[in-house]
Every structure is written in C-alpha cells, then in structure tokens.
Ligand binder design. Structure first.
Ligand SMILES: Nc1nc2c(ncn2[C@@H]2O[C@H](COP(=O)(O)OP(=O)(O)OP(=O)(O)O)[C@@H](O)[C@H]2O)c(=O)[nH]1
Ligand SMILES: [Mg+2]
Length: 676
C-alpha cells in the first residue's frame, strides 16, 4: 500500500527549465525510456501543438511518477507572466512546490512573485537551481542572490563541482559534513527554541538525524527552504532532488471518510470534443456513475474516471482524497469549480486579475456566432479571459494579461476552431469608484415607471477590495423574498458597467424603498399575472434606479497602476528618468550600488508594454524590469469610456423604450397597492 500522494507544482520564471526538469524526473523514475526535449517539441507535458511550436508552456499539465512508496503528481506550470492564471489555479491544489531558478539568470521577476505567493499561502517548497552545466552558472553567488531577494531561510543541500561545464555534477551534503550540519543548525535555530538552545551551547553534536527531522518539519510549515543544485538537461543532481522531495515535503493526507470534495484546476477537451475535468480530491471519493454537485447547484453523473498513479492517468472506478484524477461526463463544469462538498475556501485571488482587454474580430463576418461559441469554450478553461459580448455593437472582447496571451488566443482559435480572427488595439481595463452618496427611487404606478415595482436605492462608496455589499433598509416582510433577490442580483449585474462603462467593484447599495402589486383578476380568485408584480419588473427597473443613484453619487474612473522595480547600469539613470517621465511613470526611490542602479516606483499599467519595449535602448540592453499590479488610481486628463453592452440605463428614454413591460399597463384598470 502506497504511503500517499504528493501533489507538487513546478514553478519558475519563464525558461528556467520546468518542463525539462519534469521530463528528467519522469525519466529518472522510469516512466519514460527516453528524455524528450522542449526544443524538439517532444516532452510529455508540453503536449499542445502550440507549446511545441513555441517551446513555451501555456497550460498546466500533470505528470506522475513514483518515488518509493510515494506517488508524485507533478503539475508543470507556465512561467510566462501572461499565463499566471494557470499557476494560480494550480496553486489551489498543491501540497508542495519545486521553485526552479536558473543558475545563470538567478532570481528573476517571476521568481519573486511566485515566492511571495508560496509564502503567503504557506505552500511548502524546495528550490532547484537548474542549468549548472551552462557557462556563467553560479553557486555561491546564487545562494546570496536567493538569500537577499527571496528568503534567508535556505540551506544548500549539495556542492557543485565543475560548475558551468557540461561535466558539472553535484555531491549531496550529509551528516559527515560538519559545515553542513552547522549551517542546518543555524537556519533551523531561527524557528526552533530547542535547536537554538543546543546551538548556543555549542553542540556540534546536535544529532544529525534530529536536524533532518526538524528540517522536514520546518519545510512543511513553510519556514525553511532546502536548495538543490543540478541540471535538468544532463540529469546532474536530479536524484538528490528526488529523494529530497520525498523526504522533506509533506505527503497528502487521505481523508477517505469525509464527504467527497475536490477542486477542478484544469479543463481539457477530448478527441471527440468531450469535456475532461482534472480534479484534485481533498476528502472522500468520487466513483464512476456517482452523481456529483458542482458550480452553482448543478449535478451530473460521472461517466468515467481516470487517476494519475505513477504514470499516465489510468482508468479506475474512483478517485480518492489526495489523488488527482480526470472526470468525464460533467458537461457544464468550469475551471475553479468545487466538485462535491464545498471546502473552506482559501484566499480566492493570489495574483492580480488581468488589466488589459481587446476586441476579437472574426475575419469573416458570418463566423461571429462560431467565434462566440469558441470563446465561451475557452472561457470554461480560463474564466479570467472574461468574454464580454456586446449585443448592440455585435462585438466580443476578452481580457488579457499581455500580448503573448493574445497571440495564443488567436492561434488557438485558428488551429482548434478553424477561425481566423484579428484583434483591435489592446486597451487598459479601468474601474469606477463612487465619489459620494447618491439615491433614487421609482414608484409603482407613477409615470414614466412602466414596471409593477417600487424600488429605492442608495449608493455609498466602499473600501477598495471590499466588493459589492447589498443592504436592505426596508422591512423584509414588505415584499416577497424573490423580489429582493431579483433586485440584489440585478444590482450586482448592473454594477459591471458604471457611468463610463467600467465595472464598479466596490460599493455599498442600500435598498430604501420597496413595493409590489398583487392583483386578483375580475370574476375569479386567482392571481392575474399580467396585473401583478413579477421578478422581471424588479430586474428591469433596478438598473434604471441604480444608475440614477450612481449618477448622483458620481464616479471616478480609476486606472490600474503597477509597482515597478528596475535594475540597470548606474550611468543609464539620466536617459531612464527621461524615458520614465514620458511614460507617466513616477520613480520614488533609487539606490546605486557600485556600477548598478535600482529604481522603484509606479507606472500606469497602460504604459508597461511600452516601457518593456524601450528598456533595451534606455539601458544598453542590460535593464531588468519587474512589474506587479499594485492598485487603481483616478485617471488624470481625458476620461476613458467603454461602450456599454446593455439596454443603456444611462438614458432613461432609450432604456424605457427598449425595456417596456407588457401591454396590460396601458389598460388603466384600478389596482390595489400592497403594503410596502
Ligand atoms: N544547458 C541547460 N539548458 C537547459 C536546462 N534546463 C532547460 N534548459 C533549456 O532551457 C530552455 C527552456 O527550458 P524549458 O524546460 O522549456 O523551460 P520552462 O521553465 O519549462 O519554460 P516555460 O514553461 O516556457 O516557462 C530550453 O531550451 C531547454 O533546453 C539545463 O539544465 N541546462
Ligand atoms: Mg515549460
């Protein structure tokens, strides 16, 4: 019986060697007989045609092998920042991670971002310094770089010989190595009183086994990080990494008694277009023919299950706690859905959402319907592309992290769906924030309100990140609950487009008035539906009231601002400052160390792409830029607007024209108002 399963993510900056390492591990574990190569497009995990052509990973992929009695499921993730959403989805199902760092390039922008996410989520991790065979590779220099820029709580687990040559190899450190034991004790003492006490009282003899056990415990808590060296290409150091993974990272528990609960982190389409959901089970078990719940109250029967267990996924009767499996038959399932019982939700967004968008235009007008369907399928796999259909203009837009993602969407539509598309210019996604408080009310039976509903709403500003809060200030009994629900749902829907067309993500909306009519038809005691309020009345009236309240409050359009860190030669300061000013970037600190310079500050997301393009010229090709979304700030100058996709509640007449209720309203019959 296997000891358990270890679900590990391989994370790194683009090109650090994640896919090559995955391939090497599969080979070392005997799953494959030949090591594939990223450059030849023959690896197990870069299996999409587009990944093979481009030599980059786009989608997270699972590979499985065994180390002794532990099944290791590796999730190979993309390193390019445009595909950070894939990493985010993988993070929610991991027991641990291998953070890969190139021995030549050292700590890179994405490495820092990933490390911060691992620390925040307390995902235990080991580090692998890869490419020790390449010219220019470092070892001690790398350790200093990691200690300075990622965490000081590191322990080098091996020594490299013939560094920077194809013959580079690694000797694992062990208890006989006094320097290693001392270093272990020094790092572990930071987080352990007993080790600290022993360390201070000079105990070169703190038992080595005790130190190893303490190391595993601290790694498990995310307090210490072992650093392995090696080369995914030559295989040097890979055995030590493997035994380190099995020894130091915590194996998933198998809570088979709990209710079935798992998380979908990847969706794929099979050869016949059928949907395949990759699920990591946290408790219980899902069997073939089980009816499982997912998404918003959907339930479907699982038609087939396969499980990763030390090789390619194999058909099984069920998938259990701790395991990763593929499920067939769940037609409407989407990435991020929970299967079965809900879990105590971890933090939802670990990385910033996309800040760019573009309109996708089919080359042939008559393919618009097919394009909408194809994009809807892509959005099941990646909800953050956030497909937005513009009914009036007949346009579809998608949100983006960057230009490479845009190219990939274009190529996927062409290759997988036979759709030729073009893109309009990429623009920034802004948001709107209420400036003050505003209120509005429309009363039942008072022209021009054609709906059988009274709704009063007050809008108030709310703190950034707090979301939309709906409060009810009228008596709950004043109206059927369904009408309150219809109002609240519509409030949330309406706030996707504020006064300038941008989402209003944070806001308090208070329901101040409510009312409805229930009318008995003449001559019989049954409800006359056409003369009584329905949910539709609330859904149609809410946008009108909410937008006029929002108008009174006023909104500020805010653009995303990134925090940047720029490393460059010190003598590039003059041209850099001039270039940054042109791009509306505001440097706030700069530090010069010898011949190099580090600048930090803010830059509008809209200008990041330009800065990246201009950087080589400004820094003689030596500048390194790191940018992370920081916050949204009011736009200065011309206010950008975004075309609305709905019936335009900004204009009362237009809106009412498009949304009039059925003819009964003009019948002029007397109606009895209900309390409210
Ligand atoms: N010399 C040397 N080259 C390596 C090593 N590992 C990977 N490479 C090369 O580095 C390049 C990138 O390797 P990948 O494995 O695709 O890197 P990745 O991290 O998966 O890249 P993305 O998934 O696109 O982020 C390829 O050309 C590899 O052949 C190594 O240990 N030594
Ligand atoms: Mg890769």
């Amino acid at each position: 019986m296997a000891r358990g399963t270890l679900n590990l993510g391989i994370l790194a900056h683009v090109d650090a060697g994640k896919t090559t390492l995955t391939e090497r591990l599969l080979f070392a574990a005997g799953v494959i007989d030949e090591v594939g190569s990223v450059d030849d497009g023959t690896t197990q995990t870069d299996s999409l045609a587009l990944e093979r052509q481009r030599g980059i990973t786009i989608k997270a992929a699972v590979a499985s092998f065994a180390i002794g009695d532990v099944t290791v499921n590796l999730i190979d993730t993309p390193g390019h920042p445009d595909f950070i959403a894939e990493v985010e989805r993988a993070l929610s199902v991991l027991d641990g991670a291998v953070l890969v760092i190139s021995a030549v390039e050292g700590v890179q922008p994405q490495t820092r971002m990933l490390m911060r996410a691992l620390q925040r989520l307390r995902v235990p991790a080991v580090m692998f310094v890869n490419k020790i065979d390449r010219r220019g590779a470092g070892d001690d220099r790398l350790l200093r770089d990691i200690a300075e820029r990622l965490t000081p709580a590191i322990v080098a687990m091996g020594r490299v010989r013939e560094l920077g040559t194809p013959a580079a190899c690694v000797t694992p450190c062990n208890g006989a190595d006094a320097g290693f034991a001392a270093r272990l004790a020094e790092v572990l003492a930071e987080q352990s009183e007993p080790i600290m006490a022993a360390y201070v009282h000079d105990e070169p003899r703190i038992g080595y086994l005790r130190l190893r056990r303490e190391l595993a415990a601290q790694v498990g808590r995310g307090n210490a990080y072992p650093v392995f060296f090696g080369s995914a290409l030559t295989g040097a150091g890979v055995d030590a990494l493997m035994s380190g993974m099995a020894e130091l990272l915590p194996v998933a528990g198998r809570d088979l008694r709990g209710p079935a609960s798992g998380q979908v982190f990847k969706i794929e389409r099979g050869p016949a277009g059928e949907k395949v959901a990759y699920v990591r089970m946290f408790s219980g078990r899902v069997r073939t023919r089980d009816r499982v719940r997912f998404g918003q109250d959907r339930a479907r029967k699982v038609t087939a299950v396969s499980v990763f267990d030390g090789g390619p996924a194999a058909r099984r009767e069920s998938v259990s706690a701790g395991e990763i499996g593929k499920l067939w038959g769940l037609a409407e399932i989407r990435v991020g859905d929970v299967v079965g019982a809900p879990r105590a939700q971890a933090e939802q967004h670990r990385f910033a959402p996309p800040t760019l968008e573009t309109v996708v235009v089919p080359r042939h007008r008559d393919r618009a319907g097919a394009l909408a369907a194809a994009l809807a399928q892509l959005a099941e796999q990646d909800p953050l592309i956030n497909v937005r259909q513009h009914d009036v203009r007949r346009e579809i837009s998608v949100s983006l992290y960057g230009e490479v993602q845009k190219e990939v969407i274009g190529a996927t539509l062409a290759d997988d769906y036979g759709l030729e598309v073009g893109f309009r210019e990429t623009t920034t996604i802004c948001i709107e924030r209420p400036i003050g408080t505003g209120a509005a009310v429309e009363r039942i039976g008072e022209a021009p309100n054609p709906f059988l509903a009274t709704i009063g709403l007050r809008v108030e500003p709310a703190a950034a990140g707090s979301g939309v809060e709906f409060r009810i200030e009228v008596e709950l009994g004043s109206m059927p609950l369904a009408f309150f629900r219809a109002t609240e749902d519509t409030v949330r829907e309406t706030l996707r487009q504020g006064l300038y067309g941008w989402e209003v993500p944070d806001c308090i909306v208070v329901m101040t008035h409510s009312g409805y009519w229930a009318k008995h038809g003449l001559g019989h005691q049954r409800f006359n539906k056409s003369l009584s309020s329905t949910g539709e009345d609330y859904r149609k009236l809410t946008p009108l009231v909410l937008i006029s309240a929002l108008r009174q409050a006023g909104t500020a359009v805010c653009e995303p601002v990134h925090r940047f860190r720029l490393d460059a030669p010190a003598d590039a300061l003059g041209p850099l400052l001039a270039g940054l000013a042109r791009l509306r970037a505001a440097p706030c600190t700069h530090v010069t160390r010898g011949a190099s310079l580090t600048l930090e500050g803010d830059i509008p997301a809209a200008r990041v792409h330009e800065l990246r393009q201009e950087l080589p010229a400004l820094t003689r090709g030596e500048g390194v830029l790191e940018c992370v979304f920081d916050r949204c700030e009011p736009v200065t100058g011309t206010i950008p607007t975004r075309p609305r996709t709905d019936g335009n509640p900004l204009n009362r007449d237009v809106y009412l024209q498009r949304a009039t209720r059925h003819a009964s309203l003009t019948a002029g019959e007397p109606r009895e108002a209900m309390p409210g």
